[in-house]
Design a protein around this ligand. Structure first.
Ligand code: UDP
Length: 406
């Protein structure tokens, strides 16, 4: 893990000084993070960088995982889809399975900490054993603006007992008896996923992966999930193929807590069948340098999500100065101002139009990427994200509902 000073080049010296000052007020505190997977997806990506940074700043963080069988992950994936607004059928036994799995985890996990960040629905029920005096924060990474009522009502019973809830965008806020705070996610500019790579490193990695660079690459990096709309990406690409020379690259992996990946991957393979300019690449979840090199080697990055909590891949690409075309959903509009720091689309046709246009107007595309990089620098780096969590922890510790003294 890089030293905290090394972040000054990306985030600015003032941001680092401010972070140090706030962290000094929390030195020695135990901070528990709980989610449901150590690898795959945005939450694991963030925690793998934030937990070491907390240590570097003098706190004592721990990262625990809730565990369950395949049936538990099938239920929580239904929760995830339902909260994102894709209708799901939940039965009484699904809810009971969730309660039973929580009970088993309550016995297995060490929940002792001064402050706990409990991520998403999977571990939300752990609130049943919150230690006295601890401050518990439910950290939601999901777009709740269109949530399915039965699932939210069930979850709300747990969330209402936390000390605070954290959401990624104002439009995700809910009617809750606890205060809600907006803290968008972030990327680590010094991680293998995002650090600078030399042209030689990039071409070596692409060569090793067997990705030819003789045509411009249009890339989407995403778990194989229907809400990332990989089939829509393929449809849009097929529409522009008569007019452009380019390759489409769909890079994906699996997450331990996502049981639908294999099925979606086979649908994607079927949709790409017989098209030599569509490459589908499955990488192991630790392929950070590979993803970094692929994003840097691409001419355009897509994130054509239909629903999105935040979409770390958008910030990752913008940080690399890449033009991004992304769905105007969830947290993506926080990252992209249309026609200034990227392109927001709502349809397959819109995505196809902008892909063609940006390939034909490289100077304009470059400017979008440059503006995007500065926007990420100001708003979506790990140092800002941790600062926000620490301010929230101080606020909760102060016991004052209206005031924070730093
Ligand atoms: N990712 C990865 N390998 C893959 C697909 C995704 O490393 O094959 C990473 C991606 O670079 C990003 C994270 O997983 O850091 C996905 O976060 P995002 O917020 O975009 O979506 P989520 O998966 O959390 O819905």
């Amino acid at each position: 893990m890089p030293k905290i000073e090394e972040y000054a080049a990306a985030a600015g010296a003032n941001a680092i000084e401010e972070l140090r000052g706030i962290a000094s007020r929390l030195r020695g505190r135990t901070i528990l993070n709980v989610n449901s997977t150590a690898v795959g997806g945005g939450v694991a990506e963030i925690l793998s960088r934030m937990v070491p940074m907390m240590t570097e700043l003098g706190m004592k963080p721990r990262w625990e995982l809730v565990k369950g069988g395949e049936d538990f992950y099938a239920v929580t994936k239904k929760f995830h889809n339902a909260l994102h607004g894709t209708p799901q059928e939940l039965t009484a036994s699904d809810f009971q399975l969730y309660r039973d799995t929580m009970r088993a985890n309550l016995e297995a996990l060490d929940l002792d900490a001064d402050i706990a960040l409990i991520h998403d629905p999977q571990p939300a029920g752990l609130i049943d054993r919150k230690p006295p005096g601890a401050k518990w924060i439910w950290r939601c990474h999901i777009d709740l603006s269109n949530r399915q009522t039965d699932v939210w009502d069930f979850l709300r019973g747990y969330v209402s007992r936390y000390d605070a809830a954290v959401i990624s965008s104002p439009s995700f806020s809910q009617d809750l008896p606890v205060k809600q705070f907006m803290v968008p996610p972030s990327i680590d500019p010094l991680s293998d996923k995002n650090r600078e790579l030399s042209p030689q490193e990039i071409s070596d990695i692409l060569d090793r992966l067997g990705i030819p660079l003789d045509k411009p690459l249009i890339t989407q990096v995403s778990r194989f999930d229907r809400l990332k709309d990989p089939i829509g990406v393929i449809s849009a690409f097929r529409k522009i193929q008569p007019y452009v020379t380019a390759r489409l690259l769909l890079v994906g992996g699996t997450a331990d807590d996502d049981p639908e990946g294999a099925q979606v991957l086979s649908e994607v393979r079927a949709a790409a069948e017989g098209n030599p300019d569509i490459i589908i690449l499955c990488l192991p979840p630790t392929s950070n340098m590979e993803i970094n090199a692929i994003q840097r080697a691409s001419s355009l990055i897509l994130q054509k999500s239909l629903k999105e909590g935040f979409g770390l891949t958008v910030s990752e690409a913008l940080w690399k100065g890449k033009p991004v075309i992304a769905g105007a959903v969830g947290g993506i509009p926080l990252q992209i101002t249309h026609k200034y720091s990227g392109i927001l689309t709502r349809t397959v046709d819109g995505t196809a139009y902008w892909m063609k246009r940006l390939l034909h107007e490289p100077e304009y595309a470059k400017r979008l990427g440059e503006n995007g990089r500065e926007h990420v620098r100001d708003n979506f780096l790990l140092t800002r994200h941790l600062r926000d969590y620490l301010l929230l922890a101080l606020y909760l510790e102060s016991g004052r509902r209206d005031f924070i003294h730093l």
